[in-house]
Design a protein around this ligand. Structure first.
Ligand SMILES: *[C@@H]1O[C@H](CO)[C@@H](O)[C@H](O)[C@H]1NC(C)=O
Ligand SMILES: *[C@@H]1O[C@H](CO)[C@@H](O)[C@H](O)[C@H]1NC(C)=O
Ligand SMILES: *[C@@H]1O[C@H](CO)[C@@H](O)[C@H](O)[C@H]1NC(C)=O
Length: 306
């Protein structure tokens, strides 16, 4: 019973992937079953069965002759990747299992059956295989340095390993961006023919911003959306590169300069006063000393004026 359920779900999976034009969608690197069955209630002897799976270009994908796999004429690109379901053969199930699917497997496949004693062989099924690659979950990166208000910033979205070409869409603050000229999307192909996509979104930030990037694979009807990234915007005032810490240092230096200046002035005044005391070289009376203060006052005034 559970076996039946598993088969049913597998069948449903196959049906879900099957397209109107009899094409199966297979995913690069994964395994696909190409169905082929003989409509019979009768139990067959496997030694009476011969099956030949071929591509539409007549390359031999898999041969099975009178109960035995026959490898000699298999096309090299299918080597080690094909298999019939031996326990299913007697029930007329001649489906092919193809593993490690690659882009070059795209195309038509036929299943040809011959029963010992019958004059001709019959083509039982003709299928087409369409290959897709699954894009990795896109990752968005924002600017490494803080974002300032009213500045242009770039967000970069990356996803790899997909096929065919993706649709890339950006959302800014949860709103889908439509046909934007602010998006620059570049595609590259790797050695397996799969696409990697890099999309750069340029925005003028006017406030805190959140961004997501979606990579869509039409063939798989699959949309992959990045995690949302949030950017907090710094106020414009701080954008001249002077941080709070620097400001404190600047103030401290200024205070220090003023203090040193004052010190120099005080020292000069004291020296000048000392010189005044020494210049007379004559015995100094109390009276002289008393009259000195106004005298110095006038002198400082004249030096200031000159
Ligand atoms: C043929 O066998 C495979 C493998 O067990 C199974 O998945 C598939 O559903 C079978 N097909 C039919 C028509 O029974
Ligand atoms: C943003 O990316 C574009 C190319 O898409 C580039 O010309 C520009 O210099 C980048 N701007 C910043 C701020 O990195
Ligand atoms: C950002 O704003 C500047 C000045 O307003 C404008 O020239 C530039 O095209 C804008 N960039 C984007 C990506 O909107």
């Amino acid at each position: 019973m559970s076996h039946f359920c598993r088969e049913l779900s597998l069948l449903l999976l196959l049906l879900a992937h099957a397209q109107a034009d009899n094409c199966l969608t297979a995913i690069v690197g994964e395994t696909v079953q190409i169905p082929c069955s003989l409509n019979t209630e009768e139990s067959l002897k496997t030694e009476d069965i011969s099956v030949e799976w071929k591509t539409s270009e007549d390359l031999i994908v898999h041969s099975f002759v009178k109960g035995q796999d026959y490898w000699t004429n298999q096309a090299p690109q299918f080597k080690g990747r094909t298999q019939l379901f031996s326990s299913e053969l007697s029930r007329g199930n001649l489906s092919l299992r193809l593993s490690s699917v690659s882009l070059t497997d795209d195309g038509g496949y036929t299943c040809n059956y011959h029963r010992s004693g019958e004059p001709t062989s019959r083509q039982l099924s003709q299928m087409c295989l369409q290959i897709a690659g699954r894009y990795s979950l896109p990752v968005v990166q924002g600017p490494a340095s803080p974002v300032f208000k009213d500045h242009e910033v770039n967000f970069t979205c990356k996803s790899t390993g997909g096929f065919p070409e993706p649709k890339v869409q950006w959302s800014v603050n949860k709103e889908l961006l439509q046909n934007s000229r602010r998006v620059n999307t570049i595609l590259n192909r790797d050695s397996r023919g799969l696409y990697s996509v890099t999309s750069v979104l340029t925005v003028n930030v006017t406030g805190d911003v959140s961004v997501t990037c979606t990579v869509e694979n039409d063939r798989l009807r699959e949309k992959m959306t990045s995690a949302e990234i949030h950017y907090l915007i710094k106020a414009e005032k701080e954008s001249n590169g002077v941080s709070g810490g620097t400001k404190v240092v600047v103030v401290l230096v200024a205070v220090l300069v003023v203090l040193v200046g004052l010190l120099i002035v005080v020292i000069m005044v004291l020296k000048r006063r000392k010189r005044k005391h020494q210049r007379p070289r004559t015995p100094v009376t109390n009276k002289d000393e008393e009259s000195e203060a106004p005298l110095q006052q006038t002198q400082t005034r004249t030096t200031l004026n000159s």
